[in-house]
Design a protein. Structure first.
Length: 406
């Protein structure tokens, strides 16, 4: 079956998966957290650092529940797990509207939303897409994970409008309603192939899929190289996303201009997802990963150039955004190629845990480096090193297995 035929049969699956990713805990809640920081700080007096630290709850959820969600997806299929996750996340977001004046109530509600919405992790959606695509797997995964890029563009202004017109409590209810009213029906209606074709849930649980077990995968060097490589790379990406406006304005750029330049990340993420998806379908994926991460390391150096100007900043942000767009796609793609689909959900759950750990440590680590030195210079160097280490480890993964052990 060629690429065109795969998309003719599976475009509904990709659309539904992209919706699930975008409205999940790694999409909607991540890209809207910053919009709530101002109103919550104003009303309760909480520090921005305290509120931004809530991202560690997403990290812990991915670390602790990712393998469990993956195992459930391998057993019951993505449709059931994903729908349960969307309903849970909707309830959790509505619960955030009920927090009180104590900071622990925010952490409790945010953590509950992450746990209830764990079924929306990318593991769930990419499992079915990997099973439904082969020749066009990279592009299909890129389109699926473009959901987060679309969310990065649309969710912040929508959330800001809700807050400005109705208040932050209503805004949380509005986001919960969005997940329930848009996400759930799309997944219910489209997360399978119609007309008597194989459903995504069936594809996700088919016992004949070749691949390693989770135990076998953990015994292979590629498992650890892939995980540690993307831990370093995600450290860099997450730190840059969170601190980007401050990095740019700290370098002499007006804050309004810095915000505009930083907004290019969303578009670059989409380009990165689609572009990398096309490239890995045609070229050796570890080499593609090496190239995009090495370029991102160079972008960190560009941001260190004194008075580099607007053009340099735009180039650097676009390159970083493309790396951000490529990372999760590459984890999903490489996990399927090196370990197969037999226990993909559980294996990808572990890999996503490495990724989430780096993403959780990055913003805090670079923030502490800034506090200690008074500038982002050391932090940018650390991000460049993170990209470089990731590029080397992933670039040395070696050939795909010719066959998988029984």
């Amino acid at each position: 079956m060629g690429q065109a035929e795969e998309f003719r049969r599976g475009w509904r699956l990709v659309l539904a998966a992209a919706t699930g990713v975008g409205l999940g805990i790694t999409g909607l809640t991540f890209y809207t957290l910053g919009i709530f920081i101002g109103p919550l700080t104003q009303e309760f007096g909480w520090s921005r650092t305290s509120l931004a630290s809530a991202t560690i709850l997403t990290t812990l959820t991915t670390l602790l529940l990712g393998p469990v969600v993956g195992r459930l997806t391998d057993r019951f299929g993505g449709r059931m797990v994903g729908m349960a996750g969307l309903v849970g996340l909707s309830l959790g977001l509505c619960g955030l509207s009920l927090i009180g004046a104590e900071l622990w109530t925010f952490y409790l509600a945010f953590g509950a939303a992450m746990v209830l919405g764990a079924g929306t992790l990318p593991i769930v959606w990419t499992r079915a897409v990997n099973a439904g695509f082969d020749k066009a797997r990279g592009l299909a995964l890129g389109l699926t994970l473009t959901g987060t890029g679309v969310c990065a563009i649309l969710a912040p202004p929508f959330t800001q409008w809700l807050i400005a017109d109705h208040g932050w409590r209503t805004a949380y209810i509005g986001l919960g309603a969005l997940v329930l009213v848009l996400g759930l029906p799309v997944v219910w209606l489209l997360f399978h192939e119609v007309g008597g074709k194989v459903q995504a849930t069936v594809a996700a649980t088919a016992p004949v899929r070749p691949g390693f077990t989770a135990v076998q995968a953990r015994g292979r060097r590629q498992f650890w190289m892939l995980g540690i490589g993307f831990l370093f790379a995600s450290f860099a990406v997450s730190a840059l996303i969170v601190h980007l406006v401050s990095i740019l304005s700290g370098g002499g750029m007006e804050r309004a201009t810095a915000v505009w330049v930083a907004s290019l990340l969303g578009f670059a993420i989409i380009v990165g997802r689609l572009g990398i998806g096309v490239l890995v379908d045609r070229f050796y994926a570890p080499a593609v990963a090496f190239g995009v991460l090495a370029i991102a390391a160079a972008a960190c150096l560009l941001l260190l150039v004194p008075a580099g100007g607007l053009a340099i900043a735009v180039v650097a942000v676009v390159l970083i955004g493309m790396a951000a767009g490529a990372e999760v796609d590459l984890v999903a793609y490489l996990a399927s190629r090196y370990f197969g689909l037999r226990a993909y959900g559980e294996i990808y759950g572990w890999q996503l845990g490495f990724f989430a750990l780096g993403a959780g440590l990055g913003p805090m680590g670079v923030g502490r480096l800034y506090d200690a030195t008074g500038s982002y210079t050391v932090g940018l160097i650390a991000c460049g090193v993170g990209f470089a280490v990731g590029a080397v480890l992933i670039g040395m993964l070696g050939r795909y297995p010719e066959r998988f052990e029984d």
